[in-house]
Design a protein around this ligand. Structure first.
Ligand SMILES: Nc1ncnc2c1ncn2[C@@H]1O[C@H](COP(=O)(O)OP(=O)(O)OP(=O)(O)O)[C@@H](O)[C@H]1O
Ligand SMILES: [Mg+2]
Length: 295
């Protein structure tokens, strides 16, 4: 059952599926969705411009991210893919001099509305980074359960079951179940990345952002992450940034291609069904990029 988290309220000890909702007393930027289950669009970016100081890294992007599907973002280095992704859970605002224009709606709610708490939002919109980053002083078990403990104060009674479930869904349980007390950092790179995915799942997110999650991994570990993404699809909305075209075409339902203007601002060239983007793109620029002529 969905729990509404209001800014300033205590977070629940056991993760439920929180929803962000503007508080009463002011006119919300967007009305909360009356029927979230019926939504096919999870995130809407509208006229988004992202800056670092006076430098515009992302220009005028409008995009719909479908619910419970995998959306891939591709494009040459420096075209603002990571910057764009970080705007979805308000991590962009943590960078020095960062600024944003435009809007991002999650289930119809403006995530930059003053009433939305960024910490609540980041529970709903989790992130997996390029380099696996397990908490260095924590065991495998503690890595997965850390978000649950932090969120609530007292630990949930069914912590063991939650940890097992998340490690199972992250396709890691069988490999670690007999040494859950070992340090998270004692695992291989591919296992560490699955541990980070288990950690992200533990707080019961609805969206998972992945920024080149397999680029530091060998081909076998990469395939495991891809299999895992395909298993998670349907239950989570996944947005993945990748430089690996085969990966984008193997895992994603739709693909967005970004490029860079002369002012070095990244912009969306086109977006569509992955099969179409890779076989019959509308734009010559996309064709040139996917066939390896630039980037
Ligand atoms: N914290 C920051 N402060 C200032 N400029 C930044 C910051 N992070 C990124 N940039 C700049 O913003 C632009 C976009 O960077 P971003 O990391 O989003 O690109 P990217 O498409 O993810 O590149 P890559 O494929 O190499 O990861 C670049 O010009 C980069 O130098
Ligand atoms: Mg990047």
């Amino acid at each position: 059952m969905a729990t509404e988290i209001r800014p300033g309220a205590d977070l629940p000890a056991v993760p439920t599926r929180p929803t962000i909702a503007p508080t009463s007393g002011r006119v919300p930027a967007a009305a909360p969705d009356p029927a979230p289950a019926a939504r096919t669009t999870k995130i809407e970016a509208r006229d988004l411009n992202l800056y670092y100081g006076s430098f515009r890294a992302v220009r005028d992007v409008t995009m719909d991210i479908p619910a419970n599907k995998i959306t891939a973002i591709i494009g040459p280095s420096g075209c603002g893919k990571s910057t764009f992704l970080r705007a979805f859970n308000r991590m962009h605002e943590l960078a020095q001099g960062a600024r944003m224009e435009g809007r991002i709606l999650l289930d119809g709610v403006d995530i930059y509305d003053r009433s939305v708490d960024a910490v609540d939002l980041r529970r709903l919109v989790g992130m997996v980074f390029q380099r696996p980053n397990p908490f260095p002083t924590m065991s495998i078990y503690e890595n997965v359960s850390a978000g649950l403990r932090l969120g609530g104060g007292h630990k949930p009674t069914n912590l063991d079951a939650i940890v097992e479930d998340c490690l199972t869904r992250a396709a890691l349980w069988d490999e670690v179940k007999d040494h859950l007390g070992d340090p998270g950092t004692s695992l291989s790179g591919g296992q560490q990345q699955r541990l980070c995915i288990a950690r992200a799942l533990a707080v019961d997110p609805e969206v998972i952002l992945m920024d080149e999650p397999a680029s530091a991994l060998d081909p076998i570990a990469t395939l495991r992450i891809e299999e895992l993404m395909l298993e998670l699809r349907g239950s989570y909305t996944i947005v993945i940034v990748t430089h690996n075209m085969q990966q984008a075409s193997r895992v994603s339902d739709q693909t967005a291609f970004f490029s860079m203007g002369e002012d070095r601002a990244g912009y969306l060239v086109e977006m569509g069904q992955t099969a179409t983007i890779f076989t019959n793109p509308r734009e010559q620029l996309t064709e040139d990029y996917i066939s390896g002529r630039f980037g």
